[in-house]
Structure formats: C-alpha cells, structure tokens
Design a protein around this ligand. Sequence first.
Ligand code: FPP
Length: 249
Amino acid sequence: MDFKDKIDINNLPQHIAVIMDGNGRWAKKKGNQRIFGHKNGVKAVRDTVEGAAELGVKYLTLYAFSTENWNRPKQEVDALMSLLIATINSETDTLIKNNVRLLTIGDIDGLPKNVSKNLNELIDQTAKNTGLSLVLALNYSARWEIVNAVKEIIAENERTPINVENIDNEFFEKYLNTKNIPDPDLLIRTSGEFRISNFLIWQIAYSELYFTEVLWPDFRRKDLYEAIMDYQQRERRFGMISEQIKNNN
Ligand code: FPP
C-alpha cells in the first residue's frame, strides 16, 4: 500500500506551511555550489505542490526568502532572485492548468522590480483558480509582519480613532499579511533543524510541528504524506482536555 492510501482524506490539514531548509548542505555534500542546492530545491517545490494539490490540501505556504536572507553573499541572493523569476515563468502554465491560485506574503515591493512584476502578473492570472492556494513567503519575516501590522493600526487610528475595547485577536489578524488565510494546521521543517526562524510566529500558535532530517532538495510528496500521517496521529487540544475533544467528535 502506498503512503498516500494511508492518509485519512477527511482529516487533512487544510493549511500546511513549510520551512524549506538544507539546500546549501545538500549541494555541499555533492561537492557543488550552494545555488545547485537551490536549483534542485525547485524540484522539491514542484513535487510538494503537486502532491498537496492532488490530495486536496487548501493552502500550502512555502518560506522561500526571508528578510534576513538579504544578508547572504550577493552572488547567492542574485542567483536566488533569478531562480525565482525562471521558476515563475516556467511554472506559469502548470499552475494555471492545475487550478492553483498563487498568493504571497512578505514585503513584495522590496523585491527587485522584475521579480515583483512577474509575481504580480502570475497572482492576477491565477486569482480565480479554486484549487490549492500556494502562498510564497518572500522577503518575509514574522517580526516584520507584526511590526507592520502595528504601524497600520496606528495609521488607521489617526484617520478614524479605534476603540481599544475592540482590539482582540480577530481585529489584529486583519492587519497581518495572512488575513483571509487560515492558520497552518501543520508546520514542516526540513534538514534536521529545530527552529522557527522568524516564520509565521503569530499564526502557528496552535500548529502541529513536524521536523524531518530530509534535506529540502530530496523532499518529495512521499515525505509530505509521511508528515500528514504523523499529523493525523496527533490529538489537537487547543488548551482543552482530551475528554472534551473526544466528546466534541
Ligand atoms: C534554505 O536552505 C532555502 C532557501 C533560503 C531558499 C529556498 C528556495 C528554493 C527552494 C528555490 C526557489 C523557491 C521557489 C518557491 C521557486 P539553505 O540555503 O538555508 O540551506 P543550508 O541551511 O543547508 O545552508
């Protein structure tokens, strides 16, 4: 029996977020430059997107470039940006054909013009698609997102005073990049690192965390299925006790 057949289709995580890590180490192990790892990381992206779409997962968020990644050597940053454009261009037809809707989170205006232009075009082209929503986190960090939300709230308050009593989680979430996107049910990190690295800090408050030793360029849909199967063994209590959860089901 295939891994896929063991997945309970009625208990899928509706949103899976992934910290794709290990590209550099994968390349180094093969005696290659880091960018070779990123290039092969695109194959893992493709297979994971296809696997998630085929299962019926609603949202897949990939951490593709963090605010902190600008601190990498210029040559690597430039290569990553070129790879992004090349991937957007080469995958456009497949995304459209597979009914995938592209979304982004992060400071997209802070990306090179040709990258943001290509991205925005693909976002428009796929806006009406109703299958998987593929969310690319680009020039993103969770602390940036939260500080940005506070700035927006203050700016709005200057236009129309906000009643402090009305500020609650729901109110605050409307100012995050992820407004209208449900919180991740499952967060996967590859490459054997146990860190969150400034990713979706607000949104993962109750996410199930899954860490795998697999380096990102080796990650394939079977690894995604394994993570989902592990998720399906968990009991999500959201601060309640086991009996309450069982009685609700
Ligand atoms: C982390 O590995 C990976 C990245 C910072 C970039 C991820 C980019 C891709 C997979 C390619 C393009 C993506 C899309 C969505 C088209 P690392 O470089 O930190 O690896 P290391 O920890 O082994 O050094």
